[in-house]
Write a protein that binds this ligand. Sequence first.
Ligand code: IMP
Length: 178
Amino acid sequence: MTRPYVIDQMISAKTIAARVEDLASEIETAFAGTDKLIVVGLLRGSFVFIGDLVRELNLNVEVDFLEASSYGDGMESSREVRILKDLRGEIGGRDVLVVEDIVDTGFTLSHVVSLLKSREPRRLETIALLDKPSRREVEVKATWTGFEIPDEFVVGYGIDFAQRNRNLPFIGKVRFTD
Ligand code: IMP
């Protein structure tokens, strides 16, 4: 059982949609001329973001998913990153965009980036919807970031607290009421 909490809206659905549009046009410019962009979503938190992002991308896109363990069901990063589900496709010699929901300590993104780089893609860039720079323990920065946020535990737009609240259309912060 989790402690009782309420969710205070932090970033509205409208603000997210506008930012996703801007990010997509930056990505289009950066990858202009690609024959195919392999968009790799990190499960499960990126599933809403990747869905909105790829629909704004006017590029030839392939979508694949990777699942890495991180928080489990709690609020603390486990630091040890394990790959629970690997990509279905090959990325050697391809253009790749890794889509992450939040960069927090940085362990997940840095682990995934070094794993995927070892497969020798032609180009690998990263995008994170949210970044909590004050929490960073490993030096890593996504190529594109949607929003920098303070050290708050957030949910919604695909992001969960113990598997709940992924379906909220906005990003909200968890506030305990006990
Ligand atoms: P990192 O390895 O510490 O950077 O953690 C990244 C992962 O932790 C993210 O992909 C999220 O799944 C999870 N995470 C980090 N901060 C939050 C949060 O505020 N709410 C929910 N999940 C989070």
